[in-house]
Design a protein around this ligand. Sequence first.
Ligand code: DP6
Length: 362
Amino acid sequence: MYENPRLILDSSNPPEPGQITWRSPSNLAIIKYWGKYGQQLPRNPSLSLTLAASCTDMMLDYTFKEEGDSHDLDLTFAFHQEPNEAFHAKILAFLNTLTPFFPFLKQLNLNIQTGNSFPHSAGIASSASSMSALALCLCSLEDLLFGSLQDPAEFDRKASYIARLGSGSACRSIFPYAAVWGETSLVPGTSDTYAVPLEDHIHDLFKDFHDDILIVSTAEKSVSSRAGHALMDGNPYSEARYAQARSRFATLLDAMRAGDLATFGKIAEDEALTLHALMMSSNPSYMLMRPESIAIIDKVRQYRADTGHPVYFSLDAGPNIHLLYPGEIIHEVRAFIEDHLKEHCEDGYVQQDWVGEGPEEI
Ligand code: DP6
């Protein structure tokens, strides 16, 4: 769809060297994307909140290649100012798949320096923030060199499309506050190939909303997302799951429009537990929650019953708990975390985060 063989630089009029930097956040899915096919296409629409504090900064430098330089992609790379062979190889392989979209990349010497705002070993997934940051850098570069992405909506759409090819969930990080990825008649303009912004369809309370991440374990994930998605193909519950996701999506959308926190919270929790139940019922089966995850979940439910405060939990494909709540009860909830939940976290580590305005060019 976005392949464009005309995006080739004129060697008789080479561009000056330049630099582009983007900061892009992670996101938390409320309706989960779990199960995919083809080139990173989702089995059901997903809906996420865009975070603010958990983000990737990426700086892309480029110079035009001299005559006689190689025609291969040329990339130097550093992660937190250090060489990182594994990340370098992953990004280079991904960029090679993107040359039909950005053929001019082969005409440049590229240098990427990147880093995350959260410790690499924190157990917080970084593929959404890093792949969206990369997609944004590439789209900015295209626009700088060719002026071809002047329309902001078109820029975002292409960035989301490219981010999706790097990691499905990354396509949702492009937009402020909340995003939907996956075709649904309930939100105009949706597609399986890119996400769309949900800002105009949600109650204002979701724009002042918190997601404190309780780090139960910083251990490497025991199953990669890629492998996890693949397990859905043989899962006996998969078709029922995709239908359930669609039905919950419709309910969630109404709740988010109306500012109905109780329904929002119930769906967020049900989705997180369903994701883990799907992993437990896969073959092989995975148990990604730890005893501390369950202890926190029990305490959150009890706290809600005792205080009536709208505090809910979510999880990604790992043991860490995301605590979701509106800004107006931040003092109460932070005290609850401090007094009762921190003790379940590895080294007492909590990554405070909140719903944010999306990526920024810096
Ligand atoms: C549980 O986007 O990491 O976080 O497309 O293979 O890169 P790939 O998977 P990824 O899967 C995310 C799964 C999830 C749910 C979600 O974010 O929707």
